[in-house]
Each structure stands twice: as C-alpha cells, then as structure tokens.
Unconditional design. Structure first.
Length: 118
C-alpha cells in the first residue's frame, strides 16, 4: 500500500472506533467491539474493516451482520463528513478473533508462569 492509503486506513480505523462506540444498537454495544485493523485499496475505493469482540468470535460475527446491514449507510455517511477525502470508500466489516486469541494466550502465559514459580 502507498503512503496515502496507509494514512487513510489509519484515519478510518480511528474514526470507526468512535462511530461504532456511539451506535445505539444494543447488538453492537453489548458486544464490546474493537476495530483491529483496516485495509484500504490502493485507489481508496474499498476498505476492509476487521472487527473483534471481547465476548468472542460469535459476538463479532453477529455485530458485523448488524454493521453490514442497517448501520453501514449511517457509518459511511458519518465518515464522509469527518474525513477529508473526495470519495468515501465502500466498507466491508469482517469478524476477527485476534483479541480473543490474545486473551487466551495471555492466560496460558500466566498459567505457565505460575507453574514455573511452584
């Protein structure tokens, strides 16, 4: 990716984190979502947004369905107001389990550390 696409991806990630947190849909709010990463096409026409949930991959999948459905237009409209770009990219929300895996790995490391101390 080029510099402009990287910068735009980071801007979208930052703004989406705020916008998703402000959504009033309980299916999104209860899932405790995190925007893990964003990938923007070189021509800035398309953006993949990877979403993870502290409640697991199933909660992330359910939230992504909501974000892909009724909230997508609202989010894209808000992004166009905030970002200083000519055309707001088409957004696709993809569930990601990296936060869940990180928590699991941290727990395993803690258990190994406790066993080493014994």
């Amino acid at each position: 990716m080029g510099y402009k696409a990287d910068r735009t991806a980071e801007d979208i990630k930052r703004e989406l984190s705020v916008l998703i947190g402000e959504l009033k849909d309980p299916r999104v709010g209860e899932a405790m979502l995190t925007v893990v990463r964003t990938e923007v096409a070189h021509d800035l026409s398309f953006c993949k947004v990877y979403i993870s949930s502290l409640k697991g991959i199933e909660a992330a999948k359910a939230a992504c369905k909501v974000l892909e459905g009724s909230a997508k237009g609202h989010i894209r409209g808000q992004l166009s107001k905030v970002l200083d770009i000519r055309k707001t990219p088409e957004i696709r929300f993809i569930p990601d389990d990296s936060v869940e895996r990180s928590i699991e790995m941290f727990r395993k490391l803690e258990q190994a550390d406790k066993k080493a101390d014994e």
